[in-house]
Design a binder for this molecule. Structure first.
Ligand code: NAP
Ligand code: GLV
Length: 313
């Protein structure tokens, strides 16, 4: 079994050692320009067009992350990036759910407990107790109720918040109210105090964090974007911050990454930035999952995490 690997930043040796330890029959190599030798599987992130083009004999392409928007966009711009008929598989959870729960809880609790306001008081040496937010006025909306969104919703509901999710199809999750479909987006967002975005970036969801959505929320609401930068209409957010519609935003993902030095988000007093670290790919967990999927394919079973190329996630 031949496996090719390409990732712009990951430690290739760690991945080759880890996969071949789990699959001793595998010959795994880093793909380099000009390599057209046979391969059964590919493990990739933002692969060069030539790596996979015309490799229709592949049995599976494993994206080394949860979101596949970048590779699907590459295919749009350079058809053939993904060879026809080869399944594209993505990472499902592999340790990302817990990381997303941590991030979302930290951001929500910071706003709920008014930590930013107390920090400002501290700078002014002011001993001043604010009226606490009440849970009943602090409805949390999670956009996306898939692997990550549902796990974040579960963690927040576990903290006794009122939690809603929005997805394409209806969900049934204890302590969480499910909204679904475009028709229910307005009802979902109306009255939310916090929106946490965990949608995949697709043609249907691009730009969804926009003026209309912000207007549906409570005045002085909060935004936490953990999905992709392409979800956010950046100008709309800046205007909503100016008007007070949005009190503060926590942003992990951006249209352009790294965020350019001149970008107004960097210096906005009510925007918090992290450098796309909401949930990292954890190599050992990811390798366990990829290898169990390879074994499933070899044994003729359905692998997990298959991407629907038409839906875009
Ligand atoms: P997932 O399991 O595929 O879940 C996607 C969710 O979005 C599903 O609930 C889906 O609805 C919903 N959805 C998709 N299109 C929709 C539409 N048009 N209208 C309404 N709902 C829609 O994906 P995941 O594993 O949770 O990951 C979600 C995203 O998180 C990734 O795509 C990636 O962009 C982002 N992410 C970010 C980081 C980071 O570090 N910031 C790390 C990992 C992932 P259905 O359930 O009805 O299909
Ligand atoms: C990271 O953003 C991922 O999609 O895994």
């Amino acid at each position: 079994m031949n496996i090719i690997f390409y990732h712009p930043t990951f430690d290739a040796k760690l991945w080759i050692d880890g996969i071949t330890k789990r699959l001793p029959q595998a010959n795994m190599r880093v793909w380099q320009a000009g390599d057209d030798q046979p391969a059964d599987y590919a493990l990739v992130w933002r692969p060069p067009h030539d790596m996979l083009a015309s490799r229709t004999a592949l049995k599976g392409i494993f994206a080394l992350g949860a979101g596949v928007d970048a590779i699907l966009a590459q295919e749009q711009h350079q058809p053939g990036t993904l060879p026809a008929g080869v399944p594209l598989l993505r990472l499902e959870d592999t340790g990302m759910s817990l990381q997303m729960q941590e991030y979302a809880l930290a951001a929500v609790l910071r706003y709920f407990r008014r930590m930013d306001e107390y920090q400002l008081f501290q700078q002014q040496k002011q001993w001043h107790a604010l009226v606490p937010h009440s849970r009943s006025d602090f409805t949390l909306g999670v956009l996306g109720a898939g692997v990550l969104g549902s796990s974040v919703a579960e963690a927040l509901a576990g903290m006794q918040f009122t939690v809603r999710t929005w997805s394409r199809s209806a969900k049934s999750q204890a302590g969480v109210q499910s909204f679904y479909g475009d028709d229910q987006l307005a009802a979902f967002s109306t009255g939310c105090k916090v929106l946490i975005n965990l949608l995949p970036n697709t043609p249907h969801t691009a730009g969804i964090l926009n003026h209309q959505l912000f207007t549906n929320m409570q005045h002085n609401a909060y935004l936490i974007n953990l999905g992709r930068g392409g979800h956010l209409a950046e100008g709309d957010l800046l205007r909503a911050l100016d008007s007070g519609q949005i009190a503060a935003a926590t942003l992990d993902v951006f249209t352009e990454e790294p965020l350019p030095a001149m970008h107004p988000f960097w210096s906005h007093p009510r925007v918090s930035i992290t450098p796309h670290v909401g949930a990292d790919t954890l190599p050992q967990e990811a390798m366990d999952s990829i290898v169990s999927n390879i074994v499933a394919i070899e044994e003729g079973r359905e692998p997990a995490g298959q991407v629907d190329l038409i839906r875009g996630y």
